[in-house]
Design a protein around this ligand. Sequence first.
Ligand SMILES: NC(=O)c1ccc[n+]([C@@H]2O[C@H](COP(=O)([O-])OP(=O)(O)OC[C@H]3O[C@@H](n4cnc5c(N)ncnc54)[C@H](O)[C@@H]3O)[C@@H](O)[C@H]2O)c1
Length: 377
Amino acid sequence: MTRVIKFGVIGCGLMGREFASAAARWLHLNDTKARPEIVAVCDLNPDLTGWFSDNVPSVTQVTDDYKALLANPDVDAVYCAVPHNLHAQMYPDILAAGKHLFGEKPFGIDAAANATITDAIHVHPDLIVRCSSEMPYFPGAQKVIDFVRQGHVGEVIEVEAAFLHSSDLNPGKPINWKRMVDVNGAYGCMGDLGMHVLHVPLRLGGRPARVAAALVNRFPTRPDGKGNVVPCETWDNATITGYMDDGWPLVLKTWRIGPGHSNTWSLRVLGTTGSAEFATANPRQWRYMRYKGGAQVWQVEDLGFQTLFPALTGGIFEFGFPDALQQMWAAYLDEIAGGDAGGFHCVTPAEATDHHAILTAALKAGVDRTVETVAYG
Ligand SMILES: NC(=O)c1ccc[n+]([C@@H]2O[C@H](COP(=O)([O-])OP(=O)(O)OC[C@H]3O[C@@H](n4cnc5c(N)ncnc54)[C@H](O)[C@@H]3O)[C@@H](O)[C@H]2O)c1
């Protein structure tokens, strides 16, 4: 029997509706232990909650007061997808209401906010709490992860993880909350994209002991969309270089201005006996090289729909962003139902906290132009 997990959604913007779409086509997945049903939604914007009323027949509660949603006894779990300045207030309230929590990154606007969330999690060890990060569910990313786990890499030469956006190359793009320090946070692009690039390195044991960071704010002003030009104080781009205690380097790029890249997530692992890489710019293929002396030959494999959670799509067909998102949700639902998340669980609160420690050190290193030791908890 497939268990039904009844969800409330707080924040019905871009990501809230992506979840609704993934839930609506759950029949795409074969034999999952649990499936989501969205029964309650909350947003301050009635157009967005109206979209849910129009498109999600299972919704029975629509509210602009998240505490009313949390008081709903029908809600088992909450997906909270709100701006960063609200995480530290809402996530503990969700847990206090006894609901499982799937929270959006960065899991608090800064390290102090993340500590508030962590304290609340410790009070509710019975609840399943995970943080969103979907890109590693691409089949090509899983191939790179398996390649490392199978020990093909040898001694690591370098790991690079990047997330490159490009729309902010247009200086005429109006400012939004992701470019405002008080709503997005002082991390800037690192808070927005850092969890995406750190999910896999942290999972594979890559915790840098020290970091440096090159930070860029190429366009310090932007139009506000109402005819004015206002300060744009958040960092556009960050290139973080980290160094492990045992000597290998980690390079992380969180760029809002990567010319030509609409949404490229990439992972590259270079080693003495094996190397592998994947980028969503070329979503069907991964590349790898095995080296035992002699010729150094990269191989390219075309992947189809080879997923952690089997789906009805034929194995030769292409995989895309909505599929990665649905696979991530399947991993979370599987854990709630007692499964092992298909062998690759979503970001844990401990991983989110480590990522805050790295970003906090990187921000200081970038502003002061120093190398900082990362203060893990
Ligand atoms: N996993 C990903 O790939 C990904 C992508 C984009 C954003 N995000 C994250 O998702 C979160 C939301 O980002 P988004 O792009 O969906 O933003 P968004 O602006 O599209 O949506 C946020 C919604 O929160 C609502 N909101 C604000 N205050 C509220 C309140 N007090 N009560 C109820 N609703 C309220 C807003 O009205 C808005 O509709 C952020 O943490 C962001 O970092 C994740």
